[in-house]
Each structure stands twice: as C-alpha cells, then as structure tokens.
Design a protein around this ligand. Structure first.
Ligand code: ATP
Length: 339
C-alpha cells in the first residue's frame, strides 16, 4: 500500500514568497500525524496543495499513490477535509449540506441521507439537522465541519486547526472522536498550535518553519532533545564565584550552573542519570543538599527553540499579485462543494 501522503521536494511560490520550500514528507497509512509550525509556516498551503485548492509550483505530491493534480479525482475522493475557515453553504439545512457533499463524491441519494444522519449523530448535532449553518453556535459549526469531512467516509482525514477557539469540553470530545476514527483505521493529518494536542494525539509530528521541514519525530523523541534542569537547595548560600568554580568542575556533564541564594541550578542532558554523580560531586566539595527537583524542558520550549524565526526578506507586493490563479481555483472548487 502506498503511503497516505507522500510529497517530494514540494514547492509553492506566491510570487517571490516561497510558502513551501522543497518539502519532503511521508505519512504512512493509519498514522496520526501532526503538522506543527508557527503562523505562516506553510501548513494550510501544504493541505490546500493536497486537496487541489492550491496548484503546486514544483515537486511531487501523492495521496495513497494518486498524484494530486493528474489523478485529482481519486486523490480528492480519499480525503475528508475539515478546514480552518467556515466555508459552508449557508442557505440549506445542514443535513442537506452533508447530502450534497456525499452526492458530489458519487454517493447515491438514499445512502447519502443515511450517512448524513450517521455523521451528525457521531459529532453530536443530529438534533440540529434541519437548521442552517448560520444558526449554529461556534462549537457546533466546528462539529459540522468534521461531519462534512466524514460524510464521504475518507481514508485520510485532514484537520486544519480543528480546536481553534473551542471550549475545553468540545476540545476533549473532538480528541476522543478523532482518536476513535484513527483506531478504526483512518489516517489523520492534524495541524495545530496546541502543543499539548499534538503530544497527546500524534504518533509523529513534523515541525515546519518558513515552508521548510525542520524535523520529523515522535513527541517523545522531541522531548528527549531538550535539556533537564536540576534545582538543588543547599544548606548554605552559594556565591557566584563558587557557582563559576562548580561550572568548570562539573563541566563534564553540565551545560550551565547558576546560583541564587541557597539555590543551585544545573542544566544537563538527562537529569535522572546525572543526579547521583552530581550529588556525590557536591558532597565531595563539602556542600550539604536540603532539597532537589528535576524539571524537563517542555515540548513547547523545544518547539519555540526549533522554530525561532529568521527575518523574511521577501517583498509582499509581488506575492499578492501572483495569487489570482489560486484564488480562481479555490472559488471553482468551493462552488463544486469540494472543499
Ligand atoms: N493566497 C496567498 N497569496 C499570497 N501569499 C499567501 C497566500 N496564502 C498563503 N500565503 C503566504 O504563505 C505563507 C504560508 O501561509 P499558510 O497559510 O500556509 O501558513 P500556516 O502555517 O497555515 O499559518 P497559520 O498557522 O497562521 O494558519 C504565509 O507567508 C502566507 O502569508
């Protein structure tokens, strides 16, 4: 079976702005894969390239082996997309919106009606089935976007910031639902700004920045790339000159040693395995330890570190004017009810 998503040297240029820069990424079938990056990193552009809303400038992109441009129909039929923006037909009751969507993907009418009811129940808004989109609350709108993505029974579900601005209860409901879908075999690509969300849900995450892949790893692997801080409270105050002496003495395993009052902070790669050595070194030097605590670098700190921004040097005027092609394409697709 080919990978659910495979891109090779994928490039998207908006005029002078390279929104995707030779992005090579593989998401295996059945994975729960996270795409993380700061604002403007290229996450939505990546997704829009896969679903045919944006035409790539270079490289390759395939979904279950289907080229996203030359085999557009097959690739698109395999994907359910819950986009960031609310782009739903506002004039029909939501059940009909879902039936139209299924119909567009070739599902016969009576089956489309059954599927619409099924997904509305699944996301918990079946009692709103005869209402229009505009009459739903923000949280219900998010649920509807997910229902619309699911009504075609996709093998690949793409969620573009599905929990942006939703309350804690809905966030947990959505997490539970997408976990279930993944356990049933649906491959999931999730973009999010919530590191906790990625840590909790994803098998692997790709961190992207300025259109480039920074790294691909499991959340645990990423966390291991951080350092630990061992905080020690000593019986007597630590002077800064003593701290400097300790830094050179402990240099073999410590990245930095800082002192404040009776507290000494030692930054190391792995706190757990370093503590015995550190304690014995301090005791040998005559320091008595009252208390000790180890804190890990959070995934969030590692993420911020990996995506620390460089200044962009492109001008935006040419980028804006180059956008006509994709805007037309997006409008065309949305009219088809594909988005
Ligand atoms: N239609 C467009 N025309 C010109 N530039 C665009 C267009 N769409 C996106 N861009 C630019 O491409 C870059 C990537 O944008 P994109 O929306 O893909 O980022 P993102 O990672 O999804 O950001 P966010 O987290 O804010 O949603 C940004 O610099 C953005 O301004």
């Amino acid at each position: 079976m080919p990978p659910a998503i495979e891109t090779v040297d994928l490039v998207k240029e908006y005029g002078d702005l390279r929104a995707l820069q030779e992005l090579t990424l593989t998401v295996e079938e059945g994975e729960f894969f996270g795409l993380l990056g700061p604002n403007g990193a290229g996450k939505t552009t990546f997704i829009n390239t896969l679903v045919g809303l944006v035409r790539k400038s270079g490289g390759e992109a395939r979904v279950f082996g289907y080229d996203v441009e030359s085999d557009y129909r097959e690739a698109r039929d395999a994907i359910g997309l819950a986009p960031q923006e609310f782009n739903v037909d506002r004039f029909f009751p939501i059940r009909e919106v879902l039936m139209h969507k299924a119909g567009y993907h070739g599902v016969p009418e009576d089956e489309a009606a059954e599927r619409a009811d099924e997904v509305l129940k699944r996301v918990g808004i079946y009692d709103k089935r005869n209402e229009r989109f505009d009459w739903l609350s923000g949280g219900m709108k998010r649920r509807l976007l997910l229902a619309r993505a699911l009504v075609t029974d996709p093998d690949l579900l793409i969620l573009d910031e599905p929990t942006a601005g939703v309350d804690v209860q809905l966030r947990h409901d959505l997490w539970e639902l997408v976990t279930e879908l993944n356990e049933e075999g649906t491959t999931i690509l999730l973009t999010t700004h919530y590191i906790e969300e990625a840590e909790r849900l994803c098998d692997r995450v790709a961190i992207v920045n300025e259109g480039r892949k920074v790294t691909v790893a499991t959340p645990d692997e990423l966390k291991q790339r951080g350092t630990d801080t061992i905080s020690l409270r000593l019986e007597s105050p630590v002077t800064s000159s003593l701290a400097a002496d300790l830094e050179s003495d402990l240099g073999a395993y410590a990245h930095a040693v800082t002192a404040a009052g009776n507290t000494l902070e030692v930054r190391v790669d792995d706190g757990g395995s370093t503590v015995p050595q550190l304690l014995s070194d301090l005791e040998t030097r005559g320091h008595e330890i009252v208390d000790l605590e180890i804190s890990r670098t959070s995934l969030e700190e590692i993420f911020v570190d990996l995506t620390r921004s460089e200044d962009r040097t492109v001008t935006r005027s040419s980028a804006a004017s180059a956008d006509g092609d994709d805007a037309d394409r997006r409008q065309e697709r949305e009219q088809e009810g594909v988005a």
